[in-house]
Design a protein around this ligand. Structure first.
Ligand SMILES: [Ca+2]
Length: 468
């Protein structure tokens, strides 16, 4: 009885109220992190592994909300595979059918299909037709969008992410420019990094059919030049893609600029082209910069994937997570805008006090900004638990740890248990990660149905100190 009680959800380390959607889902989608997969079709490495429809099913049913399709001209219809590699091919129509069947089994939140298009006009038209006929009313094709939609507006919808330039409608004068942008979009993904000498007919895929681009509304792939350029040219309808190295460089050189960019324009990051074995990069620094779609190789069990899992277990594993306050265009900011407006009204009426009050508002805004900046600079990325060598049959840690956490909103606890080896490298037997905000206090267990030796790990969490 006691054993079962300890094993019950009352003692789970995971706060049970966070096992359902509890966050506000009515904020602009630019305020959320989205659980995302890279080259979803691949079962193994990036070079000669199998492409499988099951990979889409696995990703979607585990809560992924952004899958990727690399589409190429096939014999009669488009196929999905990794370009310039020896991976096997899937029929585009089979992939679309699988997405249609499994998209909303785990979560009703919208699914973004990131299409890397290498098809000529003819098969692009086929792609568009297949998607329209399969997804039907699930397809989000709203063209007149004034306000950035929120996840709750888009429940049960499938969103196509693609370059949205129509060559057919282009004026002669901008034709060159448009073709250039479209081909840059082609190049913004990894496969081209390792075989640039063997680039296919550019003219072919740089033309985007109207049928396909009509399916693109929000999530228009856009090439990135600079934060300033984006600030004046891009909106919530655009999405910039960055290779992990470029994204990390931006996060390191201009973190505040990147955060600000990510408040209004969507960002997607993907693994570097050199990760041929489908290894993964650490998503944490990119979430800290506010990147929305941090796509990982889902097929590779690795620390980054555990971190991703721990992150998105939050909010009912629905795949959309509200960014921490300091990373989003804040309602309080909007509120303070409103307050500013109200104050301005008053000022109009009492003109003699005008200068003084305006100065006050300015000072207030400045103060808020300073606070935010400080928080970002001081945040720590990861805390590792100290390794302990223990009796493998009845390990008792009996060990107290104290952490000072600067950025509790994003802090993640990563538990790893290793099997100690006298010779060679210790073997990792279990991993578990959880966001600090999801940790229940008191006696708690994690690793339910854990490996061979012991079933659970218990810890006692007495107090979580918040330092803000
Ligand atoms: Ca790709």
């Amino acid at each position: 009885g006691f054993y079962h009680l300890l094993n019950s959800e009352h003692f789970s380390i995971f706060k049970q109220e966070h096992a359902n959607i509890y966050q506000d889902m009515c904020q602009p989608i630019t305020n959320y992190f989205i659980n995302s997969s890279h080259n979803t079709y691949l079962e193994g490495d990036q070079f000669n592994s199998y492409s499988k429809v099951e990979c889409y099913i696995n990703a979607l049913t585990s809560g992924c909300r952004c899958v990727e399709i690399d589409a190429w001209d096939g014999v009669n219809e488009p196929v999905v595979c990794h370009g310039f590699a020896y991976t096997t091919k899937l029929l585009f129509s089979d992939v679309i059918a699988a997405i249609n069947s499994y998209a909303f089994q785990t979560s009703k939140c919208p699914v973004i299909i990131s299409i890397e298009n290498h098809c000529g006009i003819e098969q692009q038209i086929k792609m568009a037709k297949i998607m329209r006929n399969t997804f039907k009313e699930k397809l989000y094709t709203e063209q007149l969008i004034e306000k950035c939609p929120c996840p709750s507006d888009l429940m049960g919808k499938i969103i196509i992410k693609k370059c949205n330039k129509k060559l057919s409608n282009a004026k002669n004068s901008c034709k060159k420019n448009i073709a250039k942008e479209a081909s840059e979009d082609m190049f913004d993904d990894s496969e081209f990094d390792f075989n640039s000498a063997n680039v296919p007919s550019k003219g072919n895929a740089s033309k985007i059919s109207a049928e396909l681009s009509d399916l693109v509304t929000i999530c228009q792939s856009t090439s990135f030049t600079s934060f300033n350029h984006s600030a004046s040219h891009h909106s919530f309808q655009n999405i910039c893609s960055f290779d992990e190295n470029k994204a990390l460089e931006l996060a390191q050189t201009d973190l505040n600029g990147f955060i600000k960019h990510n408040m209004t324009v969507m960002s997607r990051t993907y693994p570097s082209g050199t990760r041929l074995k489908s290894s993964n990069y650490d998503p944490m620094p990119l979430w800290m910069a506010g990147c929305h779609i941090v796509s990982l190789n889902y097929q590779t069990p690795s620390q980054p994937m555990y971190i991703n899992k721990g992150m998105f277990n939050d909010n009912g594993n629905c795949g959309f997570l509200l960014k921490p306050q300091f990373l989003r265009k804040e309602q309080s900011e909007r509120q303070s805008e409103r307050q500013t407006e109200e104050l301005k009204q008053q000022i109009k009426e009492q003109s003699e006090r005008q200068t003084e009050e305006l100065k006050q508002i300015k000072d207030q805004l400045k103060l808020v900004k300073l606070e935010v900046a400080e928080q970002i600079e001081e945040q720590s990325t990861r805390i590792e638990m100290i390794e302990q060598k223990l009796d493998r049959f009845n390990p008792t840690w009996n060990f107290k740890m104290k952490f000072q956490i600067m950025c509790p909103e994003l802090a993640m606890f990563l538990f790893e248990v290793y099997d100690y080896e006298n010779l060679g490298k210790d073997v990792l037997v279990a991993q578990y990660s959880i966001r600090l905000t999801n940790i229940a206090r008191g006696m708690a267990y994690f690793f339910r149905n854990f490996v061979h030796f012991y079933k659970n790990v218990f810890l006692h969490i007495t107090k979580i100190k918040r330092k803000l």
